[in-house]
Design a protein around this ligand. Structure first.
Ligand SMILES: [Zn+2]
Length: 297
């Protein structure tokens, strides 16, 4: 972890050696204290967790990840996410929504079902919803229709939105601008974009979710600088497990399945890149997430 810290600071290249020493000490302190963290994006209903879901949660909690937001991406996975959250409502929230990949399966007749799921007390946000033109698993017209419909529901029900966007930035932002004044809040989950995208999101008063992508020295390098531009009150962290395993874990896990227990590793990378103490970033991201997803009411 210290190596990562130094590496990250060296990349950013602004911190004097004395700050590095202080930063390293902070990481060590955090490791023993396990600050409370919230994983805002965890696909806990995914079948790769079917055989050991309780263990996955228990090891995450032992690592300080005391709250988790379970992503819903279809009606079916939303129901599963709500069922999981209901078993331990202090620990979990769910999101209720249709991922753009599944937009072609969602029709107007399905709206009442989604609306009633959104009204469940375990649901902390609408989504994940948005646009994904990377492979266009759903035609863009379906994606835009279903994205707008979910934004309308979020406005109607006063829910914040959990947003997904890939290779669709300009259309995504244009649609969001229509709804943003009436939305209670939004988080751009798994942000991997460039500075222009980040500034557009911040101008829309969105929060930003950072995953282990920031630990990827090939694809995530730009994020190491950009993460400094995110105001502390807009920053959240997430694993997106079982996807997006941080690439720089040592020793390398045997399984390629990502787990919420790796969230402290992402926290350490974010803190190092921002030149802030781990505890400071932990406190800010936890406060933001608890409020955003309605853990505190
Ligand atoms: Zn996503």
């Amino acid at each position: 972890m210290n190596l990562l810290l130094l590496e990250c600071r060296a990349d950013v290249g602004v911190d004097p050696p004395s700050t590095r020493r202080r930063g390293a000490a902070n990481v060590n302190t955090a490791a023993s204290m396990h600050p409370t963290l919230v994983d805002i994006g965890l696909n806990l209903a995914h079948d790769s967790f079917d055989h050991d879901r309780d263990h996955v949660v228990a090891t995450a909690v032992a690592a300080g990840v005391r709250h988790m937001v379970i992503t819903g991406s279809t009606l079916h996975s939303t129901r599963a996410a709500i069922d999981l959250a209901r078993a331990a409502p202090d620990r979990f929230r769910a999101t209720a929504g249709i991922h753009p990949h599944h937009a072609h399966e969602f029709h107007e007749a399905d709206v009442p079902a989604l609306r009633s799921l959104l009204l469940e007390p375990e649901v902390g946000a609408a989504g994940e919803c948005g646009l994904d033109y990377f492979r266009n698993f759903s035609p863009p017209t379906d994606q835009e229709r279903v994205f707008r419909r979910q934004l309308e529901l979020a406005v109607e029900l006063g829910k914040p939105v959990f947003l997904h966007q890939r290779d669709a930035h300009d259309t995504f932002v244009a649609i969001l601008r229509d709804y943003r004044p009436r939305l209670t809040g939004g988080v751009a989950h798994c942000f991997t974009g460039d500075e222009r995208e980040l500034r557009d999101y911040l101008a829309l008063d969105l929060s930003i979710g950072i995953t282990g992508w920031i630990c990827d020295e090939r694809r995530g390098h730009h994020l190491r600088d950009l993460v400094r531009l995110i105001p502390a009150d807009r920053l959240m962290i997430e694993t997106d497990a079982p996807y997006l395993m941080p690439r720089d874990l040592t020793p390398k896990p045997h399984s390629r399945r990502n787990e919420p227990k790796y969230l402290p590793h992402i926290l350490a990378a974010v803190a190092a890149c921002r030149g802030e103490a781990v505890e400071v970033v932990a406190a800010a991201t936890t406060r933001n997430a608890l409020r955003f997803f309605g853990f505190e009411k």
